[in-house]
Design a protein around this ligand. Structure first.
Ligand code: AMP
Ligand code: GLY
Length: 434
């Protein structure tokens, strides 16, 4: 079988690693915009091209007789790559544009949730001009302001975090309106968690839940990033997440997949990522993504016991119900090393030197290889994953690995530590009043 990985980041390195573990006779190919040394080392051949250059990617896939392609990032989904590959007779794990909209148009996503009565939708309104903006923000009192389009996780601002008061929320929303629609929604209060599922159009197979850490600095301070690190507990729950909470979140995703098909006539085939806020009233939807999370993919893919090539084929063929999708019940901690100054003024083109990382898994992200050396690009550089029976042991493995990676880099020591995990548990207890 010939398989194609599209994308060149840490998430795609984790996807390629999972493919490489397959027991089947597979040959791997990749399309990426920069040479990711981790992915390149696992492939028979790769094409350096923009992942959104649909024509080029399809031509390459045809020339390599690809049986099935996995699309890692959201930008090629928004460009219609899944549609084009499918039209060319190539199997795809990655949703078509009509249903990937759930990620790349946040205004469409909220209206869709409301129309289909999907549970967990916060109070919201979509604005195309300033008419009524002031009054709605004042009515909600505490809000999140979101540009409708894709911004790489950096366009959302929340009151109490990046926006000090109602006045600044109005000013920010008005500024965003110069570039397109804006979603104003109720600020959700609680703990965030991520649920990812393989979806074949009808059936969902869920991965263990994950908690990401968006802020750049320890103690959840500073600007938002793409995600500085994440953890899973041994099993499907998180230390602050009860079985019933997860059940509700999964039901929201099941209902969403069904409603997406009803709304568009297109079955959702790919990975669905639900980002939830666990509030005092249960899980609410912060957003959906039409792909694995980065870093959340790095937590769950190494735990996958089922052959990933079988999973990907089942997604493309609509046969997921016939497959027993299993994850091992171990804890994981993933931590990113990012350039100093990231995300606002990152250093670039500085060498990353990987020493002895022990038992950790190393995933290259936004780096490039030149003359057998690896350099940063300005975005998240390399991630390490520790796997163990407890979060604490997994954290120690990941932190030890990070301590042995040298360069003009920074990271968060606190992710996965007992202290920070306890803070999450205490926060949730406080919110639920017990
Ligand atoms: P997003 O780009 O939609 O993932 O949003 C970035 C971050 O903004 C999320 O990880 C949340 O921390 C925060 N956020 C987004 N929407 C809300 C909301 N309605 N209430 C509170 N926080 C939010
Ligand atoms: N880690 C958040 C995301 O991938 O969107």
């Amino acid at each position: 079988m010939n398989v194609l990985v599209i994308g060149g980041g840490g998430r795609e390195h984790a996807i390629a690693d999972a493919m490489a573990r397959s027991k089947q006779d597979t040959t791997m190919f990749a399309v990426m915009s920069k040479k990711n040394p981790g992915i390149a080392g696992l492939c028979r051949d790769f094409l350096l091209a923009s992942e959104t250059d649909v024509g080029k990617v399809v031509d390459y896939a045809r020339s390599k007789n690809i049986d099935v392609a996995v699309i890692g990032p959201e930008t090629p989904l928004a460009a219609g790559l899944a549609d084009a590959l499918s039209d060319a007779g190539i199997g795809v794990a990655g949703p078509k544009k009509a249903v990937a909209q759930i990620e790349f148009d946040k205004a469409w996503a909220r209206n869709f949730m409301k129309e289909h009565n999907i549970a967990g939708c916060p109070d919201f309104k979509v604005f195309t001009d300033e008419n009524g903006l002031n009054a709605f923000i004042a009515k909600l009192g505490s809000v999140a302001i979101k540009p409708a389009g894709l911004t790489g996780g950096k366009g959302v601002k929340v009151m109490g975090d990046q926006l000090p008061d109602i006045g600044s929320a109005v000013v920010y929303a008005a500024k965003l309106l110069e570039h397109g629609s804006v979603v104003v929604e109720e600020k959700l209060i609680g703990e965030e968690f991520t649920v990812q599922a393989f979806v074949d159009g009808k059936s969902l197979a869920f991965a263990p839940s994950v908690q990401d850490h968006k802020r750049i600095f320890e103690g959840d301070l500073g600007p938002n990033t793409g995600g500085m690190g994440s953890y899973t507990d041994a099993g499907i729950l998180l230390p602050f997440l009860a079985e019933d909470d997860l059940k509700q979140a999964k039901q929201i995703m099941v209902d969403t997949v069904r409603a997406l098909h009803e709304e568009t006539g297109v079955p959702y085939q790919g990975i669905l990522y639900g980002q939830f806020m666990l509030t005092k009233d249960g899980p609410k939807v912060i957003e959906f993504n039409a792909r694995f999370g980065d870093p959340e993919a790095m937590n769950v893919l190494p735990l996958l016991e089922t052959d990933f090539v079988d999973v990907v084929s089942a997604i493309a063929n609509g046969t997921l119900a016939d497959l027993d999708v299993r994850f091992s019940e171990r804890a994981t901690v993933c931590k990113y090393a990012v350039p100093k100054g990231y995300p606002d003024n990152p250093t670039k083109d500085s060498e990353v030197i990987v020493g002895d990382i022990g038992d950790a898994i190393l995933l290259y992200s936004s780096v490039y290889e030149k003359d057998n050396r690896v350099y940063t690009t300005g975005s998240r550089a390399v991630a390490v994953v520790g796997i163990a029976d407890t979060i604490a042991d997994a954290e120690a493995i990941a932190q030890n690995a990070l301590d042995n990676i040298k360069g003009d880099l920074q990271s968060r020591r606190d992710i996965g530590t007992a202290e920070l995990v306890q803070k999450r548990i205490d926060h949730m207890k406080e919110i639920r009043g017990n």
